[in-house]
Design a binder for this molecule. Sequence first.
Ligand code: PLP
Length: 367
Amino acid sequence: MSNIHYFIPQMEPWFDNEETSACYEYMKSGYFVTEFHKTKEFEKMICDFTGMKHCIVTTSGTMALVMSLMAIDIDIDDEVLVPDFTMIATPNSIKMMKAKPVFIDIDDTLTMSIDDAKKKITDKTKTIIYVSLNGRYNNIQELIDLCKEYNLYLIHDSAQNLQNHTQNNSFGDMSIFSFSPPKIISTGNGGAIVTNNDQLANKLRKIKDFGREKGGIDIHDEFGLNFKFTDIQAVIGIEQMKKLEWRINRMKEIWNLYYDKLSKCSKITMIYNNANWCPWFIDIFVNNFDKKTRDDLQYYLKENNIGSRPVYPPCHSQKVYKKYNNMSFPNTDKWTRSGLWLPSSTKLTDEEINYVCDKILCFFNEK
Ligand SMILES: *Cc1c(COP(=O)(O)O)cnc(C)c1O
């Protein structure tokens, strides 16, 4: 077995000469750096890729979520259904608006359980934020029907899912993306909202620009703040978008390489979503939902120069959600205590992936 003597990170953003040159050229052009033509071009690329009518870019995925809640006039005490298994930004955007997150358990597809969601709808429920965590989404028709039945908005937190968010795969009133460093493409920080709804799009554009129709006009007919992008980020984003198709194909290959080697291991489970699915991260789950083995494996991998990361703990268990700490979300609890993200950069070589798999099999004495 070959050995690797440098550290393999769990994830890293990937920029190269194209981004460097494009930034250099842009800076020489003398524009204001603030959002302008390049931002529009980047937004258009996202519209074309996703098949959506409108794209509004902003400072982060988190702010994209906050803006989407502002756009539907979320009010204090409105309830928002949100999966318990997600990045903390999802419930925090609700908390930011002083609305009430209502955590929903996941099912064995690792996404929001529609059955549990049904049970938690009340008169105060205003919207569902559905999270396609790690690019997985399931039971979408059921979800859409549920929102229709109860007249709820549907916001799709697709922060980890740009790669699957193509023409036929869009749903909901608004979807949001993130371009933070671990996502499939990055602009350092950044986020976007896509929608087919003209009114929401118009409102979102005002919300991010002090509530005005456009710069230079000081009439404010909406409440807005400043969540604008910069053209320098857009310049990077445009180059990253050109690489997206390649990264998607490579990511699918990477999953298959891991799957070929690891799915035969009797001590872990890999959850295949569907044949077209492109994951964001490679995730494995230690059998019998055993946290100690998961943590020992992470330590062992680190000793062998391999970065990995436990999946998010349940949101309801975090200190900021103290009121919810004693609640029970059985499925979220078991999957999150046994999940580990393996090295998942599209930069990984086949050799590195083989090395990671070999080490995992060694750990379990199945090599
Ligand atoms: C990354 C992420 C966010 C937050 O995006 P930022 O750009 O980091 O603010 C929100 N939701 C999910 C599911 C994410 O993975």
